[in-house]
Ligand binder design. Sequence first.
Ligand SMILES: NC(=O)c1ccc[n+]([C@@H]2O[C@H](COP(=O)([O-])OP(=O)(O)OC[C@H]3O[C@@H](n4cnc5c(N)ncnc54)[C@H](O)[C@@H]3O)[C@@H](O)[C@H]2O)c1
Length: 297
Amino acid sequence: MTQNLLVVGSGIMGRGIAFAAAIGGYNVTLQDILEEKLKEARTEISWYFNKAVEKGKIEEFEEDAVKSRISYSTNLEVEAKKADFVIEAVPEKLEIKKTVFEVLDQYCPPHTILATNTSTMSPTEIGSYTRRSDKVIAMHFFNPVPKMKLVEIIRGLETSDETSELTRMIALNMKKETVLVNEYPGFITSRISSLVGNEAFNMLMEGVGTPEEIDQAIELGLNYPMGPFKLGDLVGLDTRLRNLEYLYNTLGERFRPSPLLVKYVKAGRLGRKTGKGVYDYSVKSEAQKDESKTPVS
Ligand SMILES: NC(=O)c1ccc[n+]([C@@H]2O[C@H](COP(=O)([O-])OP(=O)(O)OC[C@H]3O[C@@H](n4cnc5c(N)ncnc54)[C@H](O)[C@@H]3O)[C@@H](O)[C@H]2O)c1
């Protein structure tokens, strides 16, 4: 039975996944190479719990017990040995994911399933770095994880039916809905979202409108809940750029990253996580501060 879940990488996604897994009843270890990221994650997870209690998602008396299901660690080898199920959420760079999967394969028990939260990459290729490609799968969560309902599940060529079914069950226990996708770069959501986000940067570069005008037109005219720049700043413009680079290399010209997006990333304007992206978050009202954290719907 799956009890111990290991989340590798405690950034924007990993901390949300760890929270959702604890709510889903699992014992969770959140691992990162950086102690300071784990500290940040612990603070943000406490905030998620406060919101969850406020919104009646969990009872106040349960809070401490659920919170205590999450532990924090910098030691991947030690934690891998105890894991029944792993969700990797390290940066979208193949060489980093490759190293992590090689270590996981070496130290995890034979029954352990290794899931990647990649936005674009091939679970078949990631599975090939292990000797258990039948137990490797992509489990694509959305940002902010505590709020977003969907998990896309992407089977690699060698992924078994058992792995796919168990992954779906875990997502359901985490109170998510699932869509099963046949592997192709960018799956369903990242392919569409990258294209829209990139086009918005091209429009900004061409002077079609201000960021506010473009976001407002997309929200009100196309009924998107969030304009492409607000979403890009939330996702992280570096992550957005890496997704586009991968899709450009695999699917071609239509995903060529906008030069303006490249320029923002070079300038270190990565979005909310650095305080400035397309929009500036450095001076903000209390209401904005609250909004900038991950809400629980
Ligand atoms: N940001 C999003 O909106 C979003 C949405 C869906 C999927 N994803 C995917 O999730 C993954 C993580 O993205 P993120 O936005 O959370 O990134 P992030 O940069 O916020 O966090 C990555 C974390 O991984 C840690 N890390 C780096 N190397 C590591 C290693 N070898 N072992 C353990 N930890 C390591 C970093 O210290 C950092 O805390 C990426 O594959 C990304 O494409 C992101």
